[in-house]
Design a protein around this ligand. Sequence first.
Ligand SMILES: [Zn+2]
Length: 103
Amino acid sequence: MTGETTTEETEVPPGESPAECPYCGRPLESEELLVLHEGIDHWDRLDDERREAFRETYQRENDDLRTFRLKLLGLLVLVYFVFLFVYSWETTDPYSVVTVIPV
Ligand SMILES: [Zn+2]
């Protein structure tokens, strides 16, 4: 947990950032992102409570990513079968799927 993220120049209108890093002043969009940023960039300076919060948030982020990937996989399978059926209805190939499925 020592990799510092690159410092990018950001410009946030005053009063627009609900969370700001107490260590480097970086504005962040939400409390959750602040916890993740602290855990990644300022791990050494965190107390046990903040570290625990980071672990929980990180875990939740991983679960969200897994759910997202599963949904994408489901969508991919759906698109695959849609193309397969369109192909099988439109083709005159005697070996196409249409001849195998009794209609
Ligand atoms: Zn920071």
